[in-house]
Design a binder for this molecule. Structure first.
Ligand code: CA
Length: 467
């Protein structure tokens, strides 16, 4: 890690008890050696991504009808980020930002890619470096499991983007039950690396057991694992063993959604058990968040409370997600961190933890948030956060401190997120100076972006002459 001596001195001076430092082959926290270290002396990193999960659909954000004990344990044993954001209000662009550590609009990845396996232009641009590449180059075993959604052509395959191991499906979702009928994208074979394999179980169970297996297989080496569930994205499908837990929920859709969420929570329990069984829990940083907010009620019965809007919006409901980081060896337990952080921060944080080298030409927008979460560093990781969806004429938002300027429809609105997290009262007329300041910040950032390299899937598929 960086600058260990000064960190240690700072922590001693500031009276912070828990801190981590490392020298090759040995990581210590508060003078005590972290257990479960590999020979390289490097912590493991796991990023668990949920799909379309509502903000209030986890126990630690107040969910009452769906128990999520394993997800909640991450918050209990780690740091819950109460202002955790993603860089886009829907699937693929968020993933592009997450894996590159950069605002994805800088390189035109602003729409979902259509399912076009023959199109080498629709996918995570090949001139972008991924966190998997830099972790792999730093000696990590890198694995991706689950939903990819960053291009279906061979050049975009996870194995070509830094992941040494892959099990999952390349599209934006998949049928959950083996053999289910559906559109091409959602029924393509599950791949192990580039080879089709038979799906024998419920998709969520398959992805979870594969993650546990990955952990066990690589327990002696540093690893970076990206576990991207398609749960709880539609189609709403769950087997009886999970549905039976929710007989008390009358609404059938909510019951199925609850079962899907519960299956994912079980799976995260399996992942955490694998870490414990292999003695490497202290030495593993685990992230959990959703790729965007829950969709509107006509799509899925999610709960984005207390926020306005849903998936697709740049109101909080689209981008403010359940967000937690657990690292028993290096972070406080049960802490709530309130300053804004964003999915873009995964890259810089993981790379710093690994001592990985990031190419100078690859300019990160995310920052290493570990010293902020640990309490070592004061101040804020981000002075300003930005969002844009749909190109330069589309939706956008900018947040600085307590204020957020939003253009989600035709009007530009100003909200005070400290007093009004539900974005109910437009303060634009009362605070014109703040509107002006935030508009200026947005304009400057917007001028650095390019237009989307492709458009939404329906338009793209139509252009290619397919249904
Ligand atoms: Ca999603």
């Amino acid at each position: 890690m960086r600058n260990d001596i000064s960190r240690r001195q700072f922590l001693v001076m500031s009276g912070v008890g828990a801190f981590a430092m490392s020298v090759p082959g040995c990581i210590t926290m508060g003078g005590k050696k972290i257990t479960g270290q590999n020979a390289a002396g490097k912590p493991n990193v796991i990023v668990i991504l949920a799909d379309d999960l509502g903000h209030a659909d986890v126990g630690f954000n107040g969910c009452k009808d769906i128990p999520t004990p394993n997800i909640d344990s991450l918050a209990k044993n780690g740091v819950r980020c109460s202002n955790g954001y993603v860089s886009h209000p829907f699937c693929s662009p968020t993933r592009a930002g997450l894996l590159t550590g950069r605002y994805q609009q800088r390189f035109g990845h602003e729409c979902n890619p259509a399912w076009l396996p023959e199109d080498t232009n629709v996918g995570l641009p090949l001139n972008q470096v991924t966190v998997a590449q830099v972790m792999r180059d730093a000696g990590y075993v890198t694995g991706a499991i689950g939903k990819w959604h960053l291009g279906a052509a061979p050049c975009f395959h996870p194995n070509e983007r830094g992941f040494t191991e892959y099990l999952g499906f390349l599209g934006g979702g998949h049928m959950y039950m083996p053999g289910d009928k559906g559109g091409v994208e959602y029924t393509v074979p599950v791949l192990r690396n580039k080879q089709p394999v038979e799906q024998k179980e419920y998709m969520t169970d398959l992805l979870s057991s594969e993650a546990a297996s990955f952990i066990t297989r690589h327990k002696d080496k540093p690893f970076f694992l990206y576990l991207a569930y398609n749960a709880v994205h539609t189609p709403l499908q769950a087997p009886e063993k999970y549905l039976n837990r929710f007989k008390h929920i009358a609404d059938e859709k909510r019951r199925t959604y609850a079962a899907m969420n519960s299956a994912m929570d079980d799976g995260i329990g399996l992942v955490l058990k694998a870490l414990r069984d292999n003695g490497i829990e202290e030495n593993t940083m685990v992230w959990f968040f959703s790729d965007n907010g829950g969709p509107p009620a006509n799509v899925a019965p999610t709960n984005n409370s207390p926020f306005r809007g849903h998936k697709g919006n740049v109101y909080e409901g689209g981008i403010h997600v359940p967000f937690v980081v657990q690292w028993k060896g290096g972070l406080p337990r049960g802490k709530v961190y309130d300053e804004p952080v964003i999915s873009l921060d995964v890259f810089a944080t993981a790379a710093a933890l690994a001592g990985a080298k990031v190419p100078e030409s690859h300019k990160l927008d995310g920052v290493d948030i570990l010293p902020y979460l640990s309490g070592e560093r004061k101040g804020v990781p981000h002075d300003v956060l930005h969002w844009r969806s749909g190109g330069s004429g589309g939706k956008w938002a900018v947040r600085q401190g307590r204020y957020k300027l939003v253009k989600d429809g035709t009007a530009v609105e100003l909200f005070d997120l400290v007093d009004d997290v539900g974005e109910t009262k437009d303060l634009g007329a009362e605070k014109p100076d703040i509107v002006k300041q935030l508009q200026k910040l947005h304009d400057a950032w917007n001028a650095e972006l390019i237009e989307p390299l492709w458009q939404n899937p329906k338009r793209a598929v139509k252009k290619a002459g397919r249904k």
